[in-house]
Ligand binder design. Structure first.
Ligand code: NAP
Length: 314
């Protein structure tokens, strides 16, 4: 039988790494399981400006995450790269299974985060990677001196639009309303940026082209008018980046843990789910503010709750 950890943390984003750090510092045996790249969504974020006390101005997501990872490991958090597909959470020992292994822990902290919501237009899946993207940091350089469109009006859409102006000739933000949801400080920068234009009250209905993205149909939701946007003749293509929110990474827990109607895991303020010994932290849980700082705080709270539940002292 495999080792039984005091706590298994699922996910190595800010929530999971903070949980690993706090659990490690409490001398709990802790395993962090991450299926892909450390950092989750923050790994594909170009610039962080609002993590309190960050030591590098305009720090990138990957550099902040690298420091968080090193810190968690310094205090004893073990790491494994694996994808959990099946869980058994009842009872004192929780079992997490992947295709290649089985992991056991007395407690589990779910910090699996969230992923980009598709734009929801016709042709989207077909042109993914051929003009449609959800990650400016990953794909911006393919659009050096091209035109790109960003769909959405929240913090992500506006920040990523600004990042894209470093590459693209022109960036047009397509938003379904006539005012942005993004924080005012972020909006102000975007309005000042001469490379950014706006298509208000608009949604993308369809994208298409001859193997690469060359046209899209955009509908004005107020007038009902549909406009076909075509690639500049010399360019022969353009890009569409979708930033219209996120979907929680909750797969192995559906039907097992209480969630809201959108699939975010319900917790109390100490990160307890409805199952004893199972906690949720960060973007995967129901919360009002999804930020690096709130994810890290959730992870810390969950780990301290684990420590308290296992200690006679409290
Ligand atoms: P978000 O805040 O939920 O914004 C989603 C945007 O997409 C909204 O403007 C929304 O329009 C639009 N939208 C939603 N569904 C749509 C649809 N079907 N078609 C067209 N547009 C649609 O998502 P986010 O920007 O990804 O941010 C997620 C979380 O991370 C937020 O809590 C955000 O504050 C945080 N975040 C923070 C920072 C930062 O602090 N620097 C950076 C990135 C993200 P409506 O406005 O009309 O609803």
């Amino acid at each position: 039988m495999s080792k039984i950890y005091d706590v298994i943390v699922l996910g190595a984003g800010p929530a999971g790494l903070a949980a690993g750090l706090y659990a490690g510092r409490s001398r709990l045996s802790v395993l962090i399981i991450e299926k892909g790249q450390d950092g989750g969504q923050i790994a594909i974020t170009d610039e962080i400006e609002n993590y309190p006390g960050q030591i590098v101005e305009g720090e990138s997501g990957p550099s902040l995450i690298a420091r968080m990872t090193a810190q968690a490991e310094k205090f004893g958090a073990e790491r494994v790269a694996d994808t959990i597909t099946e869980v058994s959470l009842e009872g004192e020992v929780k079992v997490l299974k992947s295709a290649k292994a089985e992991y056991q822990g007395r407690n589990v902290i779910i910090a699996t985060g969230a992923h980009a919501r598709p734009i929801g237009c016709k042709g989207e899946a077909e042109y993914m990677g051929k003009g449609v993207s959800y990650c400016a940091t990953c794909d911006a350089n393919f659009f050096e001196d091209f035109e790109v469109y960003v769909v959405g009006g929240g913090d992500s859409a506006v920040e990523e639009a600004m990042y894209l102006t470093k590459f693209a000739r022109k960036v047009t933000i397509i938003h379904r309303r006539n005012e942005l949801r993004a924080a005012k400080s972020i909006q102000e920068k975007a309005f000042k940026n001469e490379k950014i234009e706006f298509m208000w009250d608009s949604v993308v209905e369809e994208v298409g082209g001859d193997d690469i993205l060359q046209w899209m149909k955009v509908k004005n939701v107020k007038t009902g008018e549909v406009t076909t946007v075509e690639a500049d003749e010399e360019d022969g293509m353009f890009g569409v980046f979708g930033f219209i929110g996120t979907i929680p990474n909750n797969k192995p827990f559906e039907g097992i843990i209480d969630m809201d109607e959108r699939g975010y895991i319900k917790t109390d303020e100490d990160m307890h789910t409805n199952i004893p010994g199972v906690y949720a932290a960060g973007d995967v849980r129901v919360k009002s503010l999804r930020q690096v700082v709130t994810a890290a705080a959730d992870g810390a709270i969950a780990a301290v709750q684990v420590e308290r539940s296992m200690s006679d002292y409290f």
